[in-house]
Unconditional design. Structure first.
Length: 296
């Protein structure tokens, strides 16, 4: 009798433990939970971590991420307003904010990633197709990412999801367009270099012309001043000669003759064909000849 009671008690305890194990569940701080009964949500979403209970065998629990999740996209070709195609690589960060709506819309995270990828791709094409490629590649890129995030966030709200952020990781030209773009850029740089060289040559020519003009002006001014000084010196010399001639005409004539001899015969190899009786040789004759010349 006692053995039967012990067996029954043990079975009851085991059943109770089994029911307790199937009734209890733990919600991790990284998760949120929905309690389902025959596929229908019967309780409010559980977002706080802790130990919870459900009706065993009748109810079950589905867990969903409560963390911010990544959304990676494949490289996408977009066509901006200027028809220069760009290869865009973007990514987003998202999280579940309405668990019940999320389950009803996409059921699980794998399906959500596919839906969100389509929404992000559509937003990328819409926003980047409304601007030029220069805007995509310039400092306006941050504003464009905000526009893409807002458009994606608006459409993702129906899935019970919030788009936290959207980033453009890479925006490049397609491979087949790179060579043409490089050649066009090279031609533009060569044209700019030619313009710079032309402007430099023009500036150099102006500098040279200005320098030549200043040199001519300086030389002309120096020649004018030298001519003035030379003229003044000649005037002073003539005045001195005139004064000397007035004081002693004989000495002045002798001095001038000596200067003429020096100028005419100073080279050492000079040859002159003149009459011996020429006045040029008056001071080279002897005293008697000079006296006779004076008597004549």
């Amino acid at each position: 009798m006692q053995n039967r009671i012990a067996i029954i008690a043990g079975g009851a305890v085991a059943l109770l433990l089994f029911l307790l194990v199937n009734a209890a569940f733990i919600v991790d701080e990284r998760k949120r939970a929905l309690v389902l009964q025959f596929g229908q949500v019967v309780r409010e979403p559980i977002e706080a971590p802790g130990l919870y209970f459900k009706v065993p065998f009748i109810q079950n629990v589905s867990f969903y991420e409560d963390r911010i999740l990544p959304l990676e996209t494949n490289s996408l070709e977009v066509t901006p307003l200027d028809d220069r195609r760009l290869v865009v690589d973007a990514f987003a960060r998202w999280r579940i904010v309405d668990t019940i709506r999320f389950r009803q819309a996409v059921f699980d995270e794998a399906a959500a990633v596919q839906r969100l990828g389509s929404i992000l791709t559509a937003a990328l094409r819409e926003v980047l197709g409304s601007v030029t490629s220069d805007a995509v590649l310039s400092d306006q890129r941050a504003l464009l990412m905000e526009r893409i995030r807002d458009a994606t966030r608006l459409n993702a709200r129906e899935l019970g999801v919030e788009i936290v952020d959207v980033r453009l990781r890479r925006t490049d030209l397609p491979q087949q367009n790179l060579q043409a773009t490089f050649e066009r850029m090279q031609a533009e740089r060569e044209r700019e270099a030619a313009d710079e060289r032309a402007r430099g040559a023009e500036a150099a020519q102006r500098v040279r012309a200005n320098a030549d003009r200043q040199a001519i002006e300086l030389v002309s001014e120096a020649q004018r001043e030298s001519n003035i000084i030379r003229g003044e010196a000649d005037a002073q010399r003539n005045a001195i000669f005139a004064e000397a001639f007035g004081q002693d005409p004989e000495f002045f004539s002798f001095f001038r003759s000596m200067q003429a001899y020096e100028a005419a015969l100073g080279g050492g190899r000079s040859s002159m064909v003149m009459s011996p009786d020429s006045e040029f040789f008056n001071y080279l004759k002897d005293e008697r000849g000079a006296s006779r010349e004076r008597q004549r």
